[in-house]
Ligand binder design. Structure first.
Ligand code: TXA
Ligand code: MG
Length: 313
């Protein structure tokens, strides 16, 4: 994707026009493709919930061009947020902060906090720069389904007439790490490419894992998120052969997603959603996913696999 100085690429110009008109635009980020709307336009934001089939109480992530724009959306920017933004933005990290009063309830699902990130994908950055405002965007998939990591996945999800900006295959392939900084205890709400220890190294203090029991429930923390249509079963490596044999003895056709010896979590994460989509189309009765290592570098992958397999656990 090239943009010559001064002139906007035609697709970016069309996307900006659509956002200004209150329409939705799908765009690539380094994590997954997003379904974007003008974050200051509640009617446009409602279209996101309608198209995804997402409950109105489940908040969206706000995408900004730079950390300098935080002040327009956040009541108070703590030093911890500045430090994480300096280190990881633009990049696959979302911060949950106390919202500014003028932020739409439609964006935050009525909560008094707001989730924000500055994406690094060049097309997302061009779009944000050309639009000149915040873009609210959840992953561009129907509620509860696998996030799209290439433009063709978005077109598969939505048959409707939707402008989809092309940005190739997403480099990370898993949704952003989410860290809550709404009180004195930083919390990792969703693991991602930026790890808990990466966050702890910058903050110089321990980060709790998981939502506070008193916190509102939000999607991604509900079971059976990120799931293909075909049931997914996580199988320990040593039980994989037996599981395949048992399934065929029952007359079931299964697909297997292996975890090859020596595979690294970044490459695995990049390919995972495209693989689940591919296997989902085979018409098999189950997808058997070989379990991945139970070590911290695999936390984000394991989180998504266990959600995809939630109905079987
Ligand atoms: O990588 C990503 O974050 C992608 C790309 C498009 O940026 N977006 C994404 O959005 O994954 P979505 O809607 O699929 O997930 C949004 C997540 C949910 O888990 C939601 O609960 C959480 O962000 N979230 C949003 N606002 C929040 C808030 N105020 N407090 C806690 N969690 C929040
Ligand atoms: Mg999502």
């Amino acid at each position: 994707m090239s943009a010559s100085a001064g002139a906007l690429a035609p697709d970016i110009a069309a996307a900006v026009a659509a956002l200004r008109a209150g329409d939705l635009v799908a765009f690539p980020t380094e994590t997954v493709y997003g379904l974007g709307a003008d974050a200051r336009n509640p009617a446009a934001l409602r279209k996101i919930y309608a198209l995804k089939g997402r409950p109105a109480t489940h908040p969206l992530i706000l995408h900004l061009q730079s950390a300098d724009d935080l002040k327009d959306w956040v009541a108070d920017v703590p030093a911890s947020a500045r430090a994480l933004a300096d280190r990881f933005w633009p990049g696959p990290l979302t911060l949950v902060l106390p919202r500014a009063p003028e932020v739409s309830d439609v964006l935050t699902g009525g909560q008094d906090t707001i989730a924000i990130r500055v994406p690094s994908h060049p097309v997302a950055r061009q779009l944000l720069a050309a639009f000149g405002g915040g873009i609210a965007a959840p992953s561009a998939n129907r509620y509860g389904r696998v996030s799209p990591t290439r433009a063709a996945h978005v077109r598969e999800e939505f048959s409707e007439d939707l402008l989809v900006l092309e940005g190739g295959d997403c480099e990370v392939g898993l949704e952003s790490t989410i860290v809550s900084l709404i009180d004195d205890l930083p919390r990792l709400l969703r693991p991602g490419a930026i790890s808990r220890s990466d966050i702890e190294a910058v903050l110089g203090r321990p980060v709790q894992v998981g939502a506070d029991a008193a916190a509102p429930r939000v999607p991604g923390s509900t079971a059976q998120h990120y799931a293909p249509q075909t049931p997914v079963e996580l199988v320990r490596p040593e039980s994989l052969d037996a599981a395949v044999v048992a399934a065929s003895a029952r007359g079931q056709r299964v697909a297997v997603l292996p975890c090859p010896v020596g595979s690294d979590p970044s490459s695995y994460g990049r390919a995972l959603y495209a693989e689940l989509r591919r296997l989902d189309k085979l018409g098999v009765s189950r997808i058997l996913v070989e379990d991945v290592p139970h070590t911290p570098p695999w936390d984000a992958v394991r989180d998504r696999l266990s959600r995809a397999a939630a109905t079987f656990l």
